[in-house]
Design a protein around this ligand. Structure first.
Ligand code: C2E
Ligand code: MG
Ligand code: MG
Ligand code: MG
Length: 286
């Protein structure tokens, strides 16, 4: 973006704004052109099986490489992208990119089960969303069972009947569905009974202190037992210590994702990470 052209006008409007508001305006302006300028990157965070120690897949997490060098985290720009509707093209780009990366990894011989992609509520609300998913699968050539779509608990309860209908269509396509950030929303248990989902992701806030907070441990155990009772698998997010891993193993949790087993990393780094372990088997192998 030309600082000379935009700079003065921006200066004029922002004279009376707080520095926070100025930052916001410049983020929003930059975001409008970030997609066409190729400034988004996806990082990938490994998901590990607690039973076998194998790397089962990765979650794709978007970052924005701003001109000038700052790597902007999603919590800083996804809310703007949602307000402005930019999340629709950005979300579509993420879905495509993640599937392209997964296709490449599988072609390179990495035996990965799934690539997980976060879906925003605006994408999910659109009537043509299942068709867009079909298109991406067709264009990239990955199998539906290699793709997991993450929707939040909050999105699902907002319009339950619509959610059930869309999820049924997605399940028919053959993709997997995970409920993200589980436990912090208006968790209604009927949600898990009525929605056709495969996986529940325990919110990190219950994992961080589970080894010394009995209440958090009880909640984690409750989510795991209930999910298993309903035939769903469970991923614990935000696993940062070995103690948490042992505890989650005792509770019978299926999968972990967290800084301890790997921070979000570039696609190249993820390939290296996979190869460093024996055919994708990490140190939690049995
Ligand atoms: P999320 O989907 O729940 O993703 C997990 C977040 O937890 C990621 O933050 C990840 O880096 C972080 N995390 C993972 N392990 C640990 C850990 O051990 N400790 C701590 N402290 N944090 C951990 P990130 O990448 O900043 O993403 C934040 C959120 O932004 C995501 O939460 C998701 O809601 C949203 N997001 C990210 N990428 C996309 C995207 O492509 N589309 C949409 N719609 N939302 C996205
Ligand atoms: Mg997620
Ligand atoms: Mg989450
Ligand atoms: Mg989150």
């Amino acid at each position: 973006q030309s600082k000379k052209n935009g700079g003065n006008r921006l200066g004029y409007y922002t004279e009376n704004l707080s520095s926070q508001q100025v930052e916001r305006v410049s983020l929003e302006n930059g975001l409008r052109h970030a997609l066409e300028r190729g400034e988004f990157v996806l990082h990938y965070q490994p998901q590990i099986s607690l039973a076998t120690g194998k790397i089962l897949g990765a979650e794709a997490l978007i970052r924005w490489q701003m001109p000038g060098g700052r790597l902007v985290q999603p919590n800083e720009f996804i809310p703007f992208a949602e307000e402005s509707g930019l999340i629709i093209p950005i979300g579509q780009w993420v879905l495509e990119q993640a599937c392209v990366a997964c296709k490449q990894w599988i072609a390179d011989g990495m035996l990965l089960a799934v690539i997980s992609v976060n879906i925003s509520s605006q994408q999910f609300q659109r009537g043509d969303f299942p068709e867009l998913v079909r298109q991406v699968l067709r264009n990239t050539g990955i199998q539906p069972y290699n793709l997991c779509l993450e929707i939040t608990e909050h999105m699902a309860v907002m319009n339950m009947e619509h959610s059930i209908q869309v999820l049924n269509e997605l399940v028919e396509i053959g993709v997997k569905i995970a409920i993200d950030d589980f436990g912090i929303g208006q968790s209604s248990l009927i949600l898990l009974k009525r929605l056709p989902v495969h996986t529940v992701k325990i919110d990190p806030s219950f994992i961080f202190h589970m080894t010394d907070d009995a209440a958090d441990a009880a909640i984690a155990k409750g989510i795991i037992d209930m999910s298993h009772g309903l035939g769903l698998s469970v991923t614990a997010e935000g696993v940062e210590t070995e103690e948490q891993i042992f505890h989650l193993q005792q509770l019978g949790c299926d999968r972990i994702q967290g800084y301890y087993t790997g921070r979000p990393m570039s696609s190249e780094q993820f390939i290296g990470y996979f190869q460093q372990t024996v055919s994708g088997t990490s140190r939690w192998g049995t």
